[in-house]
Design a protein around this ligand. Structure first.
Ligand SMILES: [Zn+2]
Length: 350
């Protein structure tokens, strides 16, 4: 737009156009793609797996993919950028209700739509108690059916486990790796915006992470299923119950030794990887050779992280158990050097 004033040359208008351009495609996607190209290396078996992931990340954009409004698609997430900070919570509440998960949304998501003060209320004894859905141990737990867990049900006990359950249902199946990676990036951005006041106030230095797991068939990379999970978050008592749940879903966790920094079962991968064994025996696994690609991102910072030593030990145990699976991290290389311990590449060999 040019602004004219009488008798003067046109002035340059440096204001950004309105409405602001949508943040597409996510800039992060380029770095994941470049990283995958770097990992491809020689034409080995693992190299061919990386090529399948590169093809998936390069798939044509397809923003309105949801075949049914019950599913989450990129266009709905992009709309949230133009609405208020809590709009992603409202979107998840509406998805929950279309899958019959209304009660879970009412207990664990709805309170975030109100003032933060409402999270602290007096109990029957007149004591101030924490009712925040992010941390409280006193809220009702729900068992949500999940076919891809060993016992077919998942206990919802916190905001993040509620979001895991809602996304389990509303993430569309059989999408490209690009679609899933873009969904993760938008969800991360929007959750950071909605939760920043809570996360910076209640969690202090604690880093909450979101992790995407995509299991796909090497024969057809659109034969795929995505799961999104989170770090174990909550007051000490709640957190230890969540970790206990995870130990039961993923027995391999019991063989992982703690590095002493955080408990085994704390990582976001410990939630998503529990779905890998069943996904390997699902129709996706009929080719008997499933690729499990994962990407873990800090919710507030947005940086991707390579797996910690505990997660790498877990991956090695899973690879020994499953034999036909390949587990690859999409996290960009520069962050891997921050991870102490053995060669990162060892986890990609089975
Ligand atoms: Zn970890």
């Amino acid at each position: 737009m040019r602004v004219y004033q009488a008798g003067q040359n046109p002035l340059r208008d440096n204001r950004s156009p309105f409405p602001p351009p949508l943040p597409i495609p996510p800039v992060e996607l380029d770095s994941y793609l470049q990283n995958a190209r770097d990992q491809r290396g020689a034409n080995s078996r693992i190299g061919r797996r990386w090529q399948i992931l590169i093809n998936g990340l390069n798939a044509p954009r397809n923003r309105g993919t949801a075949a049914h409004p019950r599913y989450l698609d990129i266009a709905a997430l992009e709309d949230c950028y133009n609405l208020n900070d809590k709009s992603v919570i409202a979107l998840l509440i509406s998805k929950a209700s279309s899958w019959g998960l209304n009660q879970i949304a009412a207990v664990y998501l709805q309170p975030l739509m109100y003032s933060r003060k409402s999270a602290k209320r007096a109990n029957a004894r007149g004591e101030l108690e924490d009712y925040s859905p992010l941390t409280s141990v006193t809220l009702t737990a729900f068992a949500v059916p999940m076919e891809t867990l060993s016992d077919k049900k998942y206990p919802v006990r916190s905001f993040f486990s509620a979001v895991h359950a809602i996304l389990y249902y509303c993430l569309p199946h059989n999408q490209s790796l690009r679609e899933y990676t873009e969904i993760l990036t938008h969800l991360r951005n929007l959750l950071a915006r909605a939760l920043r006041p809570y996360l910076s106030e209640q969690m202090g230095l604690f880093r909450v992470k979101i992790s995407l797991l995509v299991c796909l068939s090497p024969a057809n990379s659109r034969d795929s299923r995505a799961i999104i999970g989170f770090s174990a978050v909550g007051k000490k008592q709640l957190k230890s119950i969540i970790i206990q749940d995870r130990m039961e879903h993923l027995r391999a966790l019991q063989d992982v030794r703690s590095n002493g920094t955080w408990p085994v079962g704390n990582c976001a991968e410990d939630e998503t990887f529990a779905h890998i064994p069943e996904l390997c025996s699902s129709p996706i696994g009929q080719s008997r050779d499933v690729i499990a690609a994962f990407l873990t991102v800090d919710i507030l910072e947005g940086n991707s992280n390579g797996p910690c030593q505990q997660c790498r030990d877990l991956i090695n145990i899973l690879l020994r158990q499953l034999r036909t699976a390949t587990i690859l991290s999409l996290a960009v290389k520069r962050n891997r050097r921050e991870v102490e311990g053995s060669e990162y590449s060892s986890i990609t060999i089975n």
